[in-house]
Write a protein that binds this ligand. Sequence first.
Ligand SMILES: [Zn+2]
Ligand SMILES: [Zn+2]
Length: 258
Amino acid sequence: MANNESNDTSTQNSKFLQLNSSIQILNESISIQMPQFRQKVLKTVHSKDAVRRKQIACHIYINDLESVPGYKALKKQICRICICEEETSKFIAPCKCKGTAEFVHQECLKMWILEQYGVNKIYNDELYCEVCNHKFEFDVDFNDRFDIKQFQRIKKRTKLCWLIQIFFIILFIFGSIEIALGFGINSLATVAIIVVFGLITISLTIYLIFNFSSAHTIQMIENWNFQNYKPKSSASLPKKNTKKITNQFIRVNQIYFT
Ligand SMILES: [Zn+2]
Ligand SMILES: [Zn+2]
């Protein structure tokens, strides 16, 4: 579909409205009036959650766009954080703020929240706009992920502890085999020693596996999506929202006349 339509230059401008609809469309029909697509950037923000003692990570997806002189955003949307007109990520209007502070890139807002507050306020659903005090409505998932790359971050002291535990596990296994081979398993005393060694080995192994996996587990913030601000149709409705007031009037009028 993109191939056929890219030849039709007369309606190019209107077709470019949906910047995020396809990377192919942008590459195949580059216009002078539009920012040129360069690459998609994935940043992973890591932070430590001091309250829950967990390593947290969040992917930030940014379309890196090269600005073209003279380009004006079609919807006049400007991100209030990066002051950028290009749709490097989805434009949202998450609070009551208007004018130049109305829109923000979703990924810019995520970065700002993580830098400013860390993770705790996301957990507790306590994110507010600093200007208008409106509570941000959002969906988010926290999922544990095993990440072997965390091995580099683990302290040498912890790694040394693991090595000592592995040494003792091997020592108890070979000790049990040696006792069994040397004294036989007919004597009650040797059986008792082997059982004790076996229990210590199992406990140490479970403890080691638990520590190893928890040290390599990071909690990912996933599917984090903000909702646009929608005024509630109540008595405290702002004057500017005429659409819902009009709907209410129609309903009231119908009741009044019947
Ligand atoms: Zn931005
Ligand atoms: Zn606001």
